[in-house]
Design a binder for this molecule. Structure first.
Ligand SMILES: *[C@@H]1O[C@H](CO)[C@@H](O)[C@H](O)[C@H]1NC(C)=O
Length: 402
């Protein structure tokens, strides 16, 4: 393995604005934003130095792409981009998950089956919102793609929420259908009486279900045809249509729904391209897919690049390095604390000697440890002797913690 790039989405909004400013520095908002003066455009951002942000030199052309998508008819969505990738490299692995590999073509065909089963059972039509209450697994991606093929927005419910919050998120987006999996069944059963009162239909990704009011869908999915669905089904979708509903964490009160249009999906998906990720990269995605960082930057960005994703149920510091070796991971997306956990692992310093090249894409200075390792002359045993605190030198107090 050559190197793992750490893609930080901490403070993502500021970064997006700064990316925009790097392309269009004349915008009034840009001069008002001191951090953006440090935006630095480079070919791969291997040398962090003083700039706070490092932007790939391909970024300015990306903004023109977004402008061209606004005019393109029929509308070219992230789904069409996925379908193009599946035509271009059908056998390429799209998702690695717990030892199973799903190729682009396989995900395309299976999502056709999901779309057909939902179309037949839930009578979905373009514009109907469906709430996804699913863990981080390939079914999440298949279900979302299936819905996109029907022109249906997906409401991405946080799989940790329960009872009142769950009902609240569900009713915010106006969905009449809930799609869930056996892992979430207890949480769904708790709110099932209310859902039934409201006439909500609940579908379960399982072969059978004996609970009244829940329809098992997996057998119907496997019996459904995997032939492509007509683009006519989504003919009225345009760049300002709602693609997704994503919720705030709700730490202070009930979660709030954010309406994510196709335009926002595109803009956020460009973060990967803007930081130099390519189709050859293997992207480690351990962030929750119900969240904008994981879904828009990780998944949609991965589709935009046509790369391979290693999908994880959740972040595990103890599995991380083994996964990197096993799957030849080259990019890892992290938020906030993740890097500290990794820096505290005994293996990290050994690993950093292999890597040598890091992408600086962070509003914090959290790569100081990696960079220091890289710039100092190498000796075989030196890295093993380092203490974890050494690794955190230069890391801001706020993330240094304990
Ligand atoms: C990782 O790379 C090695 C060496 O190029 C290769 O043999 C192996 O099959 C790759 N692993 C995966 C999961 O693609």
């Amino acid at each position: 393995m050559n190197f793992v790039t750490f893609l930080s989405v901490f403070g993502g909004r500021l970064q997006l604005l700064c990316l925009l400013c790097s392309a269009l520095p004349a915008l009034p908002a840009c001069s008002a934003l001191p951090a953006c003066r440090h935006v630095h455009v480079a070919d791969r951002c291997a040398r962090p130095g003083p700039p706070l942000l490092c932007v790939h030199q391909d970024f300015p052309p990306l903004s023109f792409r977004l402008i061209s998508y606004k005019k393109r008819k029929p509308f070219y969505s992230i789904l069409e981009c996925f379908l193009d990738a599946a035509r271009r490299h059908p056998t390429k692995v799209f998702i690695h998950f717990e030892g199973r590999a799903f190729s682009y073509a396989q995900v395309d065909r299976q999502s056709n089956q999901v779309a057909r089963a939902l179309q037949a059972e839930a009578r979905l039509k373009e514009g109907d919102t469906v709430a996804l209450f699913l863990p981080n697994e390939p079914n999440f991606v298949l279900s979302w793609l299936g819905l996109a093929k029907l022109g249906c927005p997906a409401s991405l419910l946080n799989f940790n929420i329960r009872s009142k919050s769950l009902l609240h998120c569900f009713s915010c987006c106006g969905a009449k259908v809930l799609l869930t999996s056996p892992e979430m069944l207890d949480a769904v059963k708790e709110v099932l009486p209310t859902l039934r009162e409201q006439g909500i239909r609940v579908f379960l990704l399982s072969d059978s279900c004996s609970i009244e009011g829940i329809t098992a869908l997996s057998d119907k999915i496997s019996e459904a045809s995997d032939e492509p669905l007509s683009p006519e089904l989504r003919a009225n979708i345009h760049i300002r249509s709602t693609a997704l509903y994503i919720y705030t964490s709700g730490t202070t009160g009930l979660p709030k729904a954010a309406v994510v249009t196709h335009e926002r999906v595109w803009a956020a998906s460009f973060v990967q391209a803007a930081s130099g990720t390519t189709a050859e990269d293997i992207f480690y995605l351990n962030l929750p897919l119900y969240h904008s960082a994981g879904f828009l930057i990780g998944l949609a960005g991965g589709i935009e690049r046509g790369l391979t994703i290693v999908l994880k149920r959740k972040f595990s510091a103890s599995q991380f390095w083994d996964d990197c070796r096993k799957y030849n991971v080259t990019v890892m997306q992290y938020i906030g604390e993740t890097l500290r956990y990794l820096c505290n692992m005994p293996k990290v310093r050994l690993f950093l000697t292999l890597s040598g090249k890091f992408l600086h894409f962070s509003t914090s200075n959290s790569f100081a440890c990696a960079e220091r390792e890289r710039e100092e002359p190498q000796s075989p045993n030196r890295h093993r002797e380092r203490s974890p605190s050494r690794c955190l030198e230069g890391v801001p107090e706020s993330i240094r913690g304990h």
